[in-house]
Write a protein that binds this ligand. Sequence first.
Ligand code: ZN
Length: 393
Amino acid sequence: MATNTYLSKMRPEDILLPTLSGVCCERGGFYIDPTRPVARALITHGHSDHARAGHGAVLATRETLDLMRIRYGDDFAGTSQPVRYGETVTLGDVAVTFHPAGHVLGSAQIAVACNGLRVIASGDYKDAADPTCEPFALVPCDVFITEATFGLPVFRHGDPAAEVAKLLHSAALFPERAHLVGAYSLGKAQRVIAMLRQAGYDAPIYLHGALESITTYYRNRGIPLGDVRPVRLTDRSKLGDSITICPPSSLTDLWARRFPDPITCFASGWMRVRARARQYGVALPLVLSDHADWKGLTATITATGASEIWVTHGQEDALVHWAVMNGLKARPLAIVGYGNEEEEAVIPGHAEGASPESITTDHGDSEGAVVIDSGQPLRGFRHDSEAGGERGK
Ligand SMILES: [Zn+2]
């Protein structure tokens, strides 16, 4: 039948086309998480490498729009339209639905469907529990666009509750010392606080000024954070026997030295990498990631049932290799500009999306550090695009 012929000719690239500044949907007239200002943008979540100011119209969850407003001001976009999880919006001749991504408050995977073919741009995601946001929703699809921030088999994040237990153990062991926990302002800081409460810690938690506005927003959205106090209203020299959350960059500031004999902690998936913790002078690394680890990435990809994956920002080649070995079509997108959310930007040696020469990780459950070669440089999209163009002809 004519319809079947049409369907069989439909390719994922007819729905979403990777470009150097983000994936573009010509049929719907929009980009997803564009890295330059565009007329219409769909935004997966509020981290600064995905949510940029200056677009004409923005469609995103209410929380993502609010977080963009907090960061960039009321004029962050020409117009904005909130969308609920599960709600389908028709744009041009595609249907767009936002589903929870489990990454930070309001984070979404964006499903774009047309003529029975569904492509999902997942943005950043994790499959681990997080008391501050909706859990990742598994949505079957034909093509899954996945991140690969921790896309190497050595990355295993472990049990988040055990990391928080480590912090509480240290606080109990050294009651006269201040514990300073470096955490990113959107998502991680609030997750650490909420997890401390889940673990039964009910003392006041102190907050660096840079984290106040977003944390207040989380509280206003009903996330249980307990007694959180701005540290600026307190004499820091009297904050022994306390936990203070601050931006990671403050750990090495003069600001940190006013606390009594502080123990510096850093909550990040990168804390599995021993050299990174050392570089940052972190005494107590806490492996707490808002991104899926290798097992989470591969299990999620498999569970979506997608026959094809596109891989963005991170260790793209390893995940592409894994997918091909498992019978999937796979391509790296190498979009320039992702992977620089606060989390990565402040980690020495990982700025600007650079691929590290080698990574040493410290497995909690094995004899010691493992050194891996991260392999060939990432292939650029320009090259892939040309190849795809030829295939398309
Ligand atoms: Zn993110």
